[in-house]
Every structure is written in structure tokens, then in C-alpha cells.
Design a binder for this molecule. Structure first.
Ligand SMILES: NC(=O)c1ccc[n+]([C@@H]2O[C@H](COP(=O)([O-])OP(=O)(O)OC[C@H]3O[C@@H](n4cnc5c(N)ncnc54)[C@H](O)[C@@H]3O)[C@@H](O)[C@H]2O)c1
Length: 433
């Protein structure tokens, strides 16, 4: 197989995050710390996972980062926007994910990541009061201001390339409207201050106009919108969404494929969470929770295929709840009560109590998405990057078929995409392979 022509990862890669809260500050701190201490960035597939090449007996199994031409951690520079946090150090201290002993060695570098004033509108995040907000009130002017920020950041930091990963709050629920139908209607909507245009969409538009790949870590509609897909495709820019796959949904997409693999039936899956960080506070508003709920509910249907297996999965009650509970901070607790059935219909139960740390699970995803989106851009990819569905709770499809939700199929897809780009055969797990 011949490999793709991929431009080398030369020079600095700027990683821009709208939202400098728990996830973004934990991501930046982890990269700075890995750089300073040499301790590997745990949980990052791009940095720590190996990829088998050729048949099993060939013994070729390099690290992904040594196989694909990814940007080096040493070449990353960070920037972001936030209506509340002043800089990444303040954000990290406020959210309380990392201990002071981990923050102090990198404190000055974190403090140097100063938040730019945000395009923010409380209509979309009713629980937050933005103070560091751009003065422009017209949405077209706001987009232009973001474009100016991006170009200024590029110049100031001498960046060769940029990527943008949305790490901002979950916005209020919405469905696509006429203004989102095409780039032309969206641009008109920006000029007209159309109320259906949310801030996250203005960031995505600005990024794509600056030829910056954009990935969406929240369940907001942003990257699903036809106008964004059109813009990314016509400008040849990679796009990926949506919603980082961490915590409870990560567990769900590991366990559900296993139940299905053994033809065990499912009667119900009740998921509830308590969390006390700013994300939890935002999601406490019903209109914001609905956005998250839609993203979380979709996964089981695609994995279990009730149309194909009506006897096993035709009657599943799937419920997801999130409760804001301040004492728990970023250390979320997610309970799953799962009602399954087996031979002759006999019922059984599985209980999961995942005492996880949301941002600890999300930070390596931000790193991998940044590095892989940059790789995709250098490989000439444009539009929806379905091979990155591995990282996302409600992945977008690049074609007519719904995207895969099964974590293990997603992992195969990711690795086979890298193999193909690098001129290696896909691993099929057949007799010879
Ligand atoms: N942590 C996880 O495991 C996880 C998983 C999936 C998705 N997410 C999503 O990632 C996002 C970030 O999560 P977090 O825990 O860091 O939340 P957070 O509340 O700590 O940080 C979000 C930040 O975004 C800022 N913000 C809000 N509107 C903005 C705007 N218009 N422009 C710029 N900044 C804006 C807020 O001020 C806040 O500081 C959330 O949408 C969350 O739902 C997180």
C-alpha cells in the first residue's frame, strides 16, 4: 500500500480552547507537567498506545506517536477564551481538580495562558454570569473579533498551525433552524443577529474561516449543523463532534457491546450521576441538561440494534439523570443499575458505581483530538472525521450511515485509518492477520 502524503509536523501547534474551565486547565496542566517531568501523559492513546502493523508474527508494534507524524508535546502552545476564568492557573485552582503540589511547579506557565474575552450570551448558559465578555453585540462583529484573536494568537506565538477544541459549557438545547441550512444563510444570520445562533457556533465559524480544524467536546449542536459541515468541506478543514466520551458513557460503550456479543438481553439501564463542578451547575438548568441527555441517550440504540434483535433489545428502558451536588466537586459519582436477562428469560442485575474524575478522563481526549485533528489537516482531510468517534459520545457520521458507538469498533477504525494513511494494511483479525 502507498502512504498518503502528509505534511511534516514542523513548528508550533497552537491549541485553542473556547472555555478555560476544569477540562481545559487540567489538559494544559497535564501537558506542561509531562513536558517538565517526562512522566507519560496517562490515558492518552496518541502518546501511550502501540499499534500492531502487519501480521501477528511480524513483531512490528510501534507507539502510535512514533508511527504517525504527530506534533510533539514540546511544540504545543495554548490559548483560550473564557467569560469567567482569568487564566489557566486561576481556572485550575478554582475547579480544584489538581493538587497544589502538581500545580506549583508549572504555576507560572499556567498563569501565562491568559483567557481572551469570550463571545458569551447568558441566554445559552443561564447559570453563568460572564464578566470577561467581548463588547461587540452584533454576531458578525463577534465572529470578526474572534478571527482577529485567532490571527493575533498565531502571530504572537509564532504558530505554524492551530486547532480549536470546544471546552466551553454545554449550551441550552436547540434544534437546527433555517439559519443553519447553509453557509450563506448562517452568514446572513450573523449579520442579522439571529437568535438561533449560539456562541459556540460563532467560534466554530471563526475557526473554520481561519482554516483551523474544530472539534466539539460538548453536546452542543455546533458541528452537526449543515452550515458548519459545508464550510469545513469547502475550505478543506477537519471537523469533529460531539461530546467527550468519558465516565458513564465510556463504561456504557464498553459494557453494552459485551452483553450483545454474548446475546444477553437488556430490559433497562438506569444511569444517574452526582457532580458538583461548574459543569454540573450548568447542567442543573433543565434546558442545558436536555442537550446532554440527548447526547447520552443515543449510544445504546446504535450498539444494541433493537431492530435486528427485537427479542433481546426491543423493550429497553434507558434513563439518564445528572444531579448537581456541590460537595462532590469534579469527582463525579455515576451509578448504573442494569437489568439484563439470559437463558430462558431469567433476570439478572449489574450495578456499577464509578467514582471517577471527570476532567482526569477528559484531558487526554483533548490532547488526542488536538494532535489527530492536526494530523488530519496535514493529511489533506476535510469535513467530518468519523475515525475520531472513539473519543466522542454522540459521534458524527461522515456519510449516510449512523456512526459506530461501540468503543472497540471505534478503536479499530481509528487504528486502521492510521494504518491506511501510513501505507500499512488494515488489521482484520483473519486467520493470516
Ligand atoms: N469532563 C468531562 O468528563 C466531560 C465529558 C463530556 C463533555 N464535557 C463537556 O466539556 C465542557 C467543559 O467541561 P468542564 O468540566 O471543563 O466545565 P467548566 O464549567 O469547568 O468549564 C467550562 C468553561 O466554559 C466557559 N464558557 C461558557 N460559555 C463560554 C463561551 N461562550 N465562550 C468561552 N467560554 C465559555 C465557562 O466560563 C467555564 O469556565 C462542558 O460542556 C462539558 O459538558 C465534559
Amino acid at each position: 500500500m502507498t502512504s498518503r502524503s502528509i505534511a511534516p509536523a514542523q513548528g508550533k501547534l497552537g491549541v485553542l480552547t473556547p472555555g478555560l474551565g476544569a477540562v481545559a486547565s487540567t489538559f494544559i496542566a497535564g501537558v506542561l507537567s509531562a513536558r517538565q517531568t517526562g512522566v507519560p501523559p496517562l490515558g492518552s492513546v496518541s502518546q501511550m498506545a502501540h499499534i500492531r502493523l502487519g501480521t501477528r508474527n511480524e513483531g512490528r508494534n510501534p507507539l502510535i506517536k512514533d508511527f504517525a507524524p504527530l506534533a510533539s508535546l514540546d511544540d504545543l502552545v495554548f490559548g483560550g477564551w473564557d467569560p469567567i476564568s482569568a487564566n489557566a492557573l486561576e481556572a485550575a485552582r478554582t475547579c480544584g481538580v489538581l493538587d497544589e503540589r502538581d500545580l506549583s511547579p508549572i504555576a507560572s506557565e499556567l498563569e501565562g495562558v491568559v483567557a481572551m474575552d469570550a463571545v458569551f450570551d447568558q441566554t445559552w448558559v443561564s447559570r453563568l454570569d460572564g464578566v470577561r465578555v467581548k463588547s461587540q453585540t452584533n454576531k458578525w462583529d463577534q465572529a470578526e473579533a474572534l478571527i482577529a484573536d485567532i490571527e493575533q494568537f498565531r502571530t504572537d506565538n509564532d504558530c505554524d498551525r492551530l486547532v480549536m477544541i470546544w471546552c466551553g459549557s454545554t449550551e441550552a438545547f436547540q434544534t437546527a433552524s433555517d439559519v443553519h441550512a447553509s453557509v450563506a444563510s448562517f452568514e446572513q444570520g450573523l449579520r442579522d443577529n439571529d437568535p438561533n445562533i449560539a456562541p459556540s457556533q460563532i467560534y466554530a465559524y471563526a475557526a473554520l474561516q481561519c482554516d483551523v480544524p474544530f472539534a466539539n467536546g460538548a453536546p452542543n449542536l455546533t458541528t452537526d449543523l449543515p452550515c458548519m459541515i459545508e464550510l469545513a468541506t469547502t475550505r478543506n478543514i477537519p471537523l469533529a463532534g460531539k461530546d467527550f466520551k468519558t465516565g458513564q458513557t465510556l463504561m456504557k460503550t464498553m459494557l453494552a457491546p459485551g452483553l450483545k456479543a454474548r446475546m444477553l438481553g437488556l430490559r433497562g439501564w438506569y444511569s444517574t450521576n452526582i457532580l458538583g463542578n461548574r459543569d454540573g451547575e450548568v447542567l442543573d438548568a433543565p434546558e442545558n441538561f436536555k442537550t446532554k441527555e440527548e447526547s447520552k441517550l443515543g449510544v445504546l440504540h446504535k450498539i444494541l440494534e433493537p431492530d435486528v434483535y427485537p427479542d433481546l433489545y426491543g423493550n429497553v428502558d434507558h434513563v439518564v439523570r445528572i444531579n448537581y451536588y456541590p460537595p462532590r466537586g469534579d469527582n463525579k459519582e455515576g451509578w448504573d443499575a442494569i437489568d439484563i436477562f439470559g437463558w430462558m428469560g431469567y433476570p439478572m442485575q449489574i450495578k456499577i458505581d464509578f467514582l471517577c474524575r471527570d476532567s482526569i478522563l477528559a484531558a487526554p481526549i483533548v490532547l488526542d483530538l488536538a494532535l489527530f485533528m492536526d494530523l488530519a489537516a496535514r493529511a489533506g482531510e476535510s469535513g467530518v472525521q468519523e475515525w475520531l468517534s472513539f473519543y466522542l459520545k454522540a459521534p458524527q457520521s461522515a456519510g449516510d450511515q449512523p456512526a459506530e458507538q461501540d468503543l472497540f469498533i471505534q478503536q479499530t477504525k481509528l487504528k486502521n485509518t492510521l494504518r491506511e494513511w501510513m501505507g500499512e494494511l488494515p488489521v482484520t483479525h483473519s486467520e493470516a492477520g
